[in-house]
Design a protein around this ligand. Structure first.
Ligand code: URA
Length: 231
């Protein structure tokens, strides 16, 4: 973790305060005064501020059921951020691990653990996300095969990774992806001549959405572990 972030996670100081403290040569990492805010602090490092050893607070992990017309961003824009729904301390330290569009509903994970969310969203780790899709036209016969083989999204040169389609009925399907390209589900259906009318993420890995719309809860330690990548 960067030294400036490490200070914020260990104290009540803001990022601006942390930068000033670093500049004023008050931070000592393993016995050496450190003036680089980007200095990487590792697990076994000892960081002191005015002679006091800093210990970071444990990371936080939340699951939230995103309503329509809210955005997965740290700031409000055309619509309010989903972070407004969380009544927890230090919301500004949190970020969203795998965003959904404003018109998509469902499972969103929120954390202050950048390493965890990076691994979770990296296509290298093949974490499955399941989307329930309502289509504007009946699903075509060849869609299952084409999604398994990968489709070319408009403006891209690499096929999508194999994706599983489960047909509920001709307008309702489940799509399981292991990557998260920009507007991927909508663009995949567009590539096979269809259009998404509504989209809902119901599962990430083994974690199923189990709170009502607009509600949230903390993840258990076991759930965090199950979604972690152990290198
Ligand atoms: N794919 C989309 O097109 N939109 C989302 O919100 C998520 C996946």
């Amino acid at each position: 973790m960067r030294l400036d972030k490490f200070i914020c996670k260990s104290t009540e100081y803001s990022l601006v305060d942390a930068l000033a403290l670093i500049e004023n040569r008050t931070l000592i990492v393993n016995g050496i005064i450190t003036v680089e805010a980007s200095h990487q602090v590792h697990k076994n490092n000892v960081v002191t501020l005015n002679g006091k050893v800093l210990t970071p607070r444990p990371s936080r992990y939340f699951l939230l059921n995103k309503p329509i017309d809210m955005i997965c961003s740290n700031v409000d824009e055309q619509y309010p951020s989903v972070l407004n729904l969380l009544d927890v301390d230090r919301v500004t330290e949190l970020h969203i691990a795998g965003r959904l569009d404003a018109d998509t509903t469902g499972l969103v994970l929120i954390t202050d653990d950048g390493h965890w969310s990076f691994n979770l969203t990296s296509p290298r780790n093949k974490c499955e996300k399941v989307y329930k899709v309502l289509l504007s036209r009946p699903i075509s016969d060849d869609a299952t095969k084409r999604f398994l083989e990968g489709v070319l999204l408009q403006g891209e040169s690499k096929l999508t990774l194999p994706a599983r389609l489960h047909i509920i009925d001709s307008y309702n399907v489940l799509l399981t992806l292991t990557e998260g390209r920009f507007h991927q589900v909508k663009r995949m259906f567009s590539a096979v001549g269809n259009r998404v009318k509504s989209l809902h993420r119901q599962q990430i890995g083994n974690l199923k959405l189990d709170v009502d719309i607009g509600q949230w809860r903390s993840l258990t330690h076991a759930e965090v572990e199950a979604l972690s990548v152990h290198e």
